[in-house]
Write a protein that binds this ligand. Structure first.
Ligand code: F6P
Length: 500
């Protein structure tokens, strides 16, 4: 049996006590399972991780060479084996191979120069920014701007990703094309949805009498030649390296609308917060390492207890886009059935991530969390400091509810009446940001990236490719082009005949 198989076997044979009993049997539990780092407080004490189980996961980490894999990631080695390239998003925040960091700095300087020029009026008056991109080219900027840019953003920013024309209607109605900067964000610069939305934006500007719509466009891409060929002046094409994956790209020029909306300083603080988390991940012992402990808990529930999903609840309206952001990060990274060395994965892949905002979700889905038959590890993300201009009563209510849910899930409340019986022993973890500022948010997002990486490393998955999205794209293209050789089932044919 391989070393990892032996380590997994030991993990599978663990039988942790009920959560409340774990607190009683280990007086150091809170110390052991809470971590304070980079403005974030992580509480994993309401999970079933305990000293013995953590030791077994550390043995798995050693057997799976987690340290070697992490070092290869930071060194810029080709850890994305199926595509033969490195995964260098950390270099964008100054952590990684020196030549990659130097390149990232140079590209950031280009980006900053364009932000400065726009702020100085070099492109005329810009009131609105229409950011067109999808997946990783949209979710990160959308989330960060929504979280941090609610008060007096320098520009109105709309992020449009869906190919459904209805998504463009609001910005086309609210924005004045004369004062709109259109940003086309696409790593490949070929994504069908983004290209069609870009064409529609050009048409919208032309319809408004703008003679040169390309003069109001910026491209963010790893394929700068394609953007120039499309018609965008190369001074307004902001490249980023091929080694930065789409869902890891908000730190690169894909973050341009963040810098425009929040200012360059805020963008830099976002990078610095992420870099602080990078250092923590790189340097802390596994037992004191937040992304690593979080991944241990993830793996315990998915691999041993059969949990198929994890629910993430942002107890802060400003973080409402966290669940969709994490869905791409975690499910596109680790939703795979093959190992990095090309063998079938003999375990469950990444869990399905879902969630919402508290307290709304309490009145919708929490019934199932408290009394349903599924095991759903819950994750609460909240901010300690109240938002400046809010009546503090709101924030207090929000946090009271957040903490009450974790306590209720853990302790339960027995009753002889089955309808009123709360079994308890339901795991949750809590991440508390000191305040919602660029640095803390950067650290939070980097935490999730590294947690995803650790999950992949311990399962033996390559988290940096995404071949699973290709087949549907191919068939869509073939249908759109009416490709003769395309063989389709009767059900799909009938749908096409009805609607196309
Ligand atoms: O959905 C697949 C995907 O390739 C994502 O990984 C990526 O973030 C998104 O499409 C957009 O791709 P691009 O930035 O090349 O337009």
């Amino acid at each position: 049996m391989s070393d990892t198989a032996t380590a997994w076997q030991a993990i599978e044979h663990s039988e942790p006590e009920r959560l409340e009993a774990l607190f009683e049997s280990d007086p150091d539990r809170l110390d052991r399972l809470t971590i304070e780092e980079a403005g974030l407080y992580f509480d994993f004490a309401k999970t079933h991780l305990e000293a013995g189980l953590i030791d077994k996961f550390v043995a798995l980490a050693d057997a799976a060479d987690l340290a070697g894999k992490r070092d290869a990631l930071f060194a810029g080695e080709p850890v994305n084996a199926s595509e033969g390239r490195a995964a260098e998003h950390m270099a964008q925040r100054g952590q990684g191979a020196p030549e990659s960091v130097a390149l990232a700095n140079a590209l950031h300087m280009r980006m900053r120069a364009l932000v400065d020029a726009i702020e100085a009026g070099a492109m005329g008056e810009i009131r609105h920014v229409l950011h067109l991109g999808i997946g990783g080219s949209a979710l990160g900027p959308d989330f960060v701007i929504d979280a941090l840019g609610r008060e007096e953003p320098a520009h109105d920013v709309a992020v449009v990703s869906n190919v459904d024309g209805a998504a463009l209607e609001t910005p086309f109605t609210l924005f004045d094309p004369e004062y709109t900067l259109v940003v086309i964000a696409s790593k490949s610069f070929t994504t069908a949805e983004t290209m069609l939305n870009a064409q529609s934006a050009i048409q919208w500007m032309r319809n408004a009498g703008i003679a040169d719509p390309f003069g109001q466009m910026v491209a963010l891409t790893a394929e700068p030649d394609k953007a120039v060929e499309f018609g965008i002046d190369q001074t307004r094409v902001l490249p980023f390296p091929e080694t930065v994956g789409g869902r890891y790209s908000l730190w690169s020029s894909i973050g341009f609308p963040i810098a425009l909306a929040l200012g360059w300083e805020a963008f830099e603080q976002l990078l610095e917060g992420a870099a602080a988390m990078d250092r923590h991940f790189r340097l802390a012992e596994w037992r004191e390492n937040a992304p690593v402990l979080a991944a241990f808990a993830d793996l315990y529930y998915t691999q041993v207890r059969g949990a198929e999903t994890r629910a993430v609840f942002a107890y802060d309206e400003r973080l409402r886009l966290l669940p969709p952001y994490l869905q791409q990060l975690e499910m596109e990274s680790n939703g795979k059935a093959a190992t990095a060395d090309g063998k079938p994965l003999d375990r469950t892949s990444a869990s399905i991530v879902w969630g919402g905002v508290g307290t709304d979700a309490q009145h919708a889905v929490f019934q199932l969390l408290h009394q349903g038959t599924h095991l759903v590890p819950a994750e609460f993300v909240a901010v300690a400091e109240a938002h400046d201009h809010r009546d503090p009563a709101h924030h207090e209510q929000l946090l009271v509810n957040c903490f009450a849910q974790g306590a209720a899930l853990m302790s339960g409340r027995p009753s002889d009446d089955p309808a009123r019986h709360f079994p308890g022993d339901r795991p949750s973890s809590t991440i508390l940001l000191e305040r919602l500022d660029p640095a803390d948010l950067g650290a939070l997002l980097a935490f999730y990236e590294h947690r995803t990486f650790v999950n992949a490393a311990l399962l033996g998955i390559n988290p940096f490719d995404q071949f699973g999205v290709e087949l549907g794209k191919d068939i869509a293209r073939a249908i759109a082009e009416d490709e003769e050789a395309l063989e389709l089932d009767a059900s799909t044919r009938a749908l096409i005949e009805r609607a196309l």
